[in-house]
Design a protein around this ligand. Structure first.
Ligand code: AMP
Length: 115
């Protein structure tokens, strides 16, 4: 069984989060340490700990997560100027929370390549 994370607790309502979108499949909330004027995290309600689990999961799960991320970015008004979608995995990716989350970063000019 995967270790309980802070995002499990947010999903369970045990700790607060600044929610921006919720439906039966996903929850989206503002990052507590924003790296851009708009920085939102989208998590699947059916827990996936790591991006690397997707090959073993039904394809709809990844599809719905990214579809909802696009929907949330549009609702946040980011579509016109653009934004970045990020999924960090493992130590080199600097994943710090073991509950899969899609970062939506927007509201400023982002640089490339990432650090
Ligand atoms: P990652 O490094 O990809 O695992 O990203 C984890 C993100 O979760 C970081 O950007 C943190 O700032 C964010 N984070 C950690 N705790 C919370 C929290 N309680 N509420 C919202 N965002 C959080």
């Amino acid at each position: 069984m995967a270790e309980e994370t802070i995002f499990d607790k947010i999903l369970a309502g045990e700790i607060p989060a600044d929610k921006v979108y919720e439906d039966e499949h996903v929850l989206a909330f503002r990052d507590i340490n924003p790296q851009a004027p708009t920085h939102v995290l989208v998590i699947p309600k059916r827990k996936v700990s790591h991006f690397t689990e997707f090959p073993e999961r039904p394809a709809e799960e990844a599809g719905i997560l990214f579809q909802r991320a696009a929907h949330v970015a549009k609702e946040l008004g980011l579509e016109k100027n653009g934004y970045r979608i990020v999924v960090n995995h493992g130590p080199h990716g600097q994943q710090s929370v073991g509950y899969l989350h899609v970062h939506i970063l927007g509201g400023r000019q982002l640089s490339w390549p990432p650090g």
